[in-house]
Design a protein around this ligand. Structure first.
Ligand code: ATP
Length: 251
């Protein structure tokens, strides 16, 4: 298997505050990899350094064999990484269709609506509920539907790697189950996924492998099954968790 993403010894700071300390992680083609950890562990920061929203102070981020450590975010999207940030950030006063077009904006601007129609069709196959809602304002969708729209918009950029930041945040357990089934389907679309979650139970049930981040460092890595049965993961993140899992309610 070849690495789609290879993060090597990345450290990152906010001013003088160190958020990541020599983090290394890899994601192979076709995998779903879960990155779990408590609030403030550095999960969001790691996604930001991968997608170019901030830059690593030391270390390297290699995507598809190319060093993207110092590239800007727009270039990185163009290369095939889609970052779906926390809190779903859809444009509430725009329709579902309009939100989707924004995900393919560069192509849309160059070649018009027809150029993105095949992408919209593909996205509707993965998210049939969005086709039903296509003319509806995004702000009137349920939380789960808005999260699906946020992921669908990311898919419109034709990524080979998607970075999903806490998609389950604030969603009811049943909706989380539905959403994770859809994330599982991205694999069939040729998309590799790095999934950040506090809901360790749901994430590890879906993922092939996982990493546990604590205070800016990777403290554990392994197959999803290994992490699910690890004492530390159990004690801190799975204790007494049912299907909804620990931390499902989020922050
Ligand atoms: P959460 O689940 O709360 O999003 P996280 O694991 O994603 O947590 P990060 O948001 O990456 O964690 O935060 C890592 C560290 O960096 C924390 O100590 C946090 O307080 C700090 N941090 C995050 N964003 C900023 C910022 N904009 N300015 C200063 N410090 C920040």
């Amino acid at each position: 298997m070849s690495a789609v993403l290879d993060v090597r010894g990345v450290s990152a700071f906010y001013g003088r505050i160190q958020a990541l300390d020599a983090v290394s992680l890899r994601v192979d083609e076709g995998e779903i990899v879960a990155l779990i950890g408590a609030n403030g562990a550095g999960k969001t920061t790691l996604l930001r350094t991968i997608s170019g929203m901030m830059h690593a102070q030391t270390g390297e981020v290699v995507f598809d064999g190319r060093d993207v450590t110092r590239r800007n975010a727009e270039r990185i999207v163009g290369m095939g990484i889609s970052h779906v940030p926390e809190n779903r950030q859809v444009f509430g006063t725009m329709t579902v269709d309009e939100n989707l077009v924004l995900g393919a904006y560069r192509r849309y601007r160059k070649a018009g609506k027809a150029a993105v129609e095949s992408d919209t069709r593909r996205v509707f196959e993965v998210f049939p509920i969005l086709e039903e809602r296509r003319g509806q304002l995004a702000g009137t969708l349920s939380g789960g539907e808005q999260q699906m729209l946020a992921i669908a918009r990311g898919l419109m950029a034709r990524p080979t790697l998607m970075l999903l930041d806490e998609p389950s945040l604030g969603l009811a357990p049943l909706i989380v189950k539905e959403l994770f089934a859809v994330i599982g389907r991205l694999r069939g679309e040729g998309v590799t996924v790095l999934l950040v979650e506090q809901n360790a139970h749901a994430a590890l049930n879906l993922a092939d492998r996982g990493y546990l981040l604590e205070v800016g460092s990777v403290v554990l890595e392994g197959t999803a099954a290994e992490l699910l049965s690890d004492e530390r993961v159990h004690a801190a993140y799975l204790g007494g968790a049912g299907d909804g899992g620990a931390g499902a309610g989020g922050t």
